[in-house]
Design a protein around this ligand. Structure first.
Ligand code: ZN
Length: 289
């Protein structure tokens, strides 16, 4: 069964997600333009197809609430730790104003949404990063919320699933942001030692300190097609190693080819395939509880 899961043939070939410059030039509303194939899409149709382009399979960005709706059984999601909010420990200019603006824009209190819910009737703790809130950057509250979510999964003895999307550590909190890498990694290790199951789904983009900590520490490391995944940016690496990097460098497909991912999964199949993983672990009794 496991073999079938990993060798399932890809139905379509996906192009790399284009740069910011190639984003929509049709106003948001009834219609939008796919930044990959440039075809016009009806927003309702796109939404119904979980924001996957019906023409080319390009995975449009999803916010945290859309992700809950697409992945968690209806009416089962219960948010955790919504009251946790960033302070400004280093007195960084305009930091709290920027946070406030993003809170109003996204209806989130920070760049990560955590909660409990069911995936095809399997109880899980779910954590979703949202790159529209401060580019999904990880400050002390993001790290704390993820750590608490892992500990909640441990307490409830349910699998921990995390969707990552991040520009990396949050510069306005400097070393306090970097510390979250160690904190979240240590929490995952404790969870793993206690027999917990962690499933990571890396979405576009998963970079910097997030890619170098919990995003790469799942028992299963999955990614969505075309997602940019990497630590440092392409230009920095090219300047350091003085070599031109391949076109598909740091894409989910490149990482899969080089053994850093277990599977690249189309969003339309994600829920069912993760359900299969949950069922496998229940059937073989790998979880000690
Ligand atoms: Zn398209």
């Amino acid at each position: 069964m496991l073999k079938d899961f990993f060798t399932k043939p890809k139905k379509k070939k996906y192009a790399t997600i284009p740069s910011e410059a190639a984003k929509h030039d049709v106003p948001e509303g009834i219609m939008s333009k796919c930044p990959n194939c440039r075809k016009i899409l009806y927003s309702k149709e796109l939404q119904k197809n979980l924001k996957v382009c019906i023409h080319c399979g390009y995975h449009h960005q999803m916010n945290a609430y859309e992700r809950v709706e697409s992945f968690i059984d209806g009416g089962t999601f219960k948010e955790l730790d919504r009251n946790l909010q960033s302070k400004n420990p280093l007195n960084f200019p305009d930091y709290l104003e920027k946070i406030k603006k993003d809170q109003q824009k996204t209806n989130m209190t920070e760049a990560v949404l955590t909660g409990s819910g069911k995936v095809n009737n399997h109880e899980v703790i779910i954590t979703i990063m949202d790159s529209t809130f401060r580019m999904g950057s990880m400050g002390s509250v993001v790290g704390e919320k993820i750590t608490r979510a892992i500990e909640e999964a441990d307490k409830r003895k349910v699998p921990f699933i995390i969707f990552t999307a991040s520009g990396g550590a949050r510069m306005q909190e400097a070393i306090l942001s970097l510390m979250q890498m160690a904190k979240t990694s240590a929490a995952l290790k404790r969870f793993s030692d206690n027999g917990g199951l962690t499933i990571v789904v890396m979405t576009h983009p998963t970079t910097g300190g997030v890619s170098a900590s919990f995003a790469s520490l799942g028992d299963y490391n999955f990614a969505e097609p075309g997602a940019l995944i990497g630590f440092a940016g392409r230009r920095i690496i090219e300047q350091t190693v003085r070599e031109e990097l391949p076109e598909d460098f740091q894409t989910a497909e490149f990482l899969l080819k080089h053994g850093q991912l277990d599977a690249v999964i189309n969003r339309l199949e994600l829920k069912d395939r993760i359900t299969t993983v949950l069922e496998i672990h229940e059937q073989v009794g790998e979880l000690p509880w």
